[in-house]
Design a protein around this ligand. Structure first.
Ligand code: SAH
Ligand code: SF4
Length: 358
C-alpha cells in the first residue's frame, strides 16, 4: 500500500484508507498494521487486560438467527437455564478470584417471568459481592422498561451486537420478523439509560464485503460506542446459513478478524475491544493475537462444563472441558507470555465512556 506508514500515523484515517488497510495482503504490511494498532492501544488504554467472567445463563432462545447454533428451531439442542443459586455461586467465584466483572449472556427471552428473574439475579449478585463485581449484560433486545429495571438493579454495561451494519445483509441473515432498525433503537435506548454500550459484528459472513466492514467501523463511530465485541463468523452445521456459499476460508476469517480489531483500534482509539473466543476457535493463539492487534478485554468462560457444551453458538468452541480454575491459570500464563498485565479486581471501564462522564 502506498503511504502505509503515513496512514498508520494519521490522527484520523479516512474511509478510503480504512478500506485499503482492511485489504492489506502482504505479511510485512499486515504486521505493521498490528504494530501500529498496538502502539495506539498502549497510548490510549495501556497494556492491562481486563477480565469479564462469562456466564452463559441459558441457551433457550425465542429467535431464529440463521447463523446461530442455539436458534429456536434447532431441535438438536438440549436446552438449559442455570438456577439462581448456581449463578450466584459463579459470580461469587469471579469476585473471590478478583475478576472485576462478569457478563451474563443468554438466548433472547422477553417474558415477564424471565425478565423478573434477571432483575432479581442482578440485585442479588450486587448484594452478595458488596457492589464490587461489575455486571455486563448480553441478553438481546428488550423493552426500554426492562433495560431500565436491569440498570436500576445494578448492571452497568450492555453488549448487543448489530451483527452487520448493512440493513440489506442483516435481512439475509435473519427471518423477516427480526428487525435491523429495532436493534439500532435498542442500542440508542441503552445509551440514553446510561449503560456503557458495546456492539460488534461477525466477520467473514457469507455475502459480506470488505466495504461492509468499513461501514461497520463507521457505524461504531456514529453511534459513539464504548466497547466492541466482534469476531469471525464460524459456521454451525445445524443452521440455515451453513449451506450458503462461503466467501472466506478459515485463514481469511482469522486474518480479517484481527485486521478489524487493529483498524477499529486505530480509528476509535480509547474504547474497550474484546479478543473473542471465536478467534481462538480458528487458531490456538487467537486470543493472544487479538490482544497483540489492539484488543484489551478477555472473557474467560465460567459456565459449568456440562452446560458449556450445550451453549454452542458455533462449532469448535475451545476450552469445553476446562475448569474455571484451569482457565484462570491458562489465560494468566498466556497473557504474561505476551508481556501484558491483568487488571485484577477492577471494572476496567472504557476510557471513552469515562471521558464522556466528566
Ligand atoms: N442472544 C443474544 C446474546 C447471545 S448470542 C444476542 O443475540 O445478542 C451472542 C453473539 O454470538 C451474537 O451477537 C452473534 O454475533 C454471535 N454468534 C452467533 N452465532 C455465531 C456464529 N455462527 N459464529 C460467530 N458468532 C456467532
Ligand atoms: Fe438467539 Fe442471540 Fe443466537 Fe440470535 S444470536 S438465535 S438471538 S442466541
Amino acid at each position: 500500500m502506498r503511504d502505509l506508514e503515513k496512514v498508520l500515523n494519521k490522527k484520523k484515517i479516512n474511509k478510503r484508507e480504512l478500506l485499503e488497510l482492511l485489504n492489506l495482503s502482504s505479511t510485512p504490511e499486515i504486521k505493521k498494521l498490528y504494530q501500529a494498532a498496538y502502539r495506539t492501544k498502549l497510548k490510549y488504554v495501556g497494556n492491562t487486560v481486563y477480565f469479564r467472567g462469562l456466564i452463559e445463563l441459558s441457551n433457550l432462545c425465542t429467535k431464529n438467527c440463521y447463523y446461530c447454533g442455539i436458534r429456536k428451531s434447532n431441535t438438536k439442542n438440549e436446552r438449559y437455564t442455570l438456577e439462581k443459586k448456581e449463578v450466584l455461586t459463579l459470580a461469587k467465584w469471579a469476585n473471590d478470584n478478583d475478576y472485576g466483572s462478569i457478563v451474563l449472556q443468554a438466548g433472547e427471552r422477553q417474558d415477564k417471568k424471565y425478565t423478573a428473574f434477571i432483575t432479581e439475579l442482578i440485585r442479588q449478585i450486587k448484594k452478595k459481592t458488596h457492589d464490587k463485581l461489575g455486571i455486563t449484560l448480553s441478553l438481546g433486545e428488550q423493552s426500554a422498561a426492562t433495560y431500565k429495571k436491569w440498570f436500576a438493579a445494578g448492571a452497568h454495561r450492555y453488549l448487543l451486537r448489530i451483527e452487520t451494519s448493512s440493513p440489506k445483509l442483516y435481512k439475509k441473515l435473519h427471518p423477516a420478523d427480526h428487525s435491523f432498525h429495532k436493534r439500532v433503537n435498542c442500542l440508542r435506548t441503552l445509551k440514553k439509560i446510561g449503560y456503557q454500550v458495546g456492539t460488534g459484528v461477525m466477520i467473514g459472513l457469507p455475502g459480506q464485503t470488505i466495504a461492509n466492514l468499513v461501514k461497520d467501523i463507521l457505524f461504531f463511530k456514529k453511534l459513539d460506542i464504548d466497547m466492541i465485541g466482534m469476531g469471525p463468523y464460524i459456521p454451525h452445521a445445524d443452521t440455515p446459513l451453513f449451506h450458503a456459499p462461503q466467501l472466506f476460508d478459515k485463514k481469511d476469517r482469522l486474518e480479517l478478524g484481527l485486521k478489524m480489531i487493529a483498524v477499529t483500534r486505530l480509528y476509535l482509539k480509547d474504547i474497550n475491544i474484546a479478543s473473542t473466543t471465536a478467534l481462538q476457535t480458528l487458531h490456538n493463539l487467537g486470543r493472544e493475537l487479538g490482544l497483540q492487534a489492539g484488543a484489551n478485554i478477555i472473557m474467560p468462560n465460567l459456565t459449568p462444563r456440562e452446560q458449556r457444551k450445550k451453549y454452542l453458538l458455533y462449532e469448535g468452541k475451545p476450552c469445553l472441558d476446562d475448569s474455571q480454575e484451569f482457565c484462570k491459570k491458562c489465560l494468566g500464563q498466556r497473557i504474561k507470555k505476551i508481556g501484558e498485565k491483568i487488571g485484577y479486581g477492577q471494572w476496567g471501564d472504557s476510557p471513552h465512556f469515562k471521558k464522556k462522564k466528566i
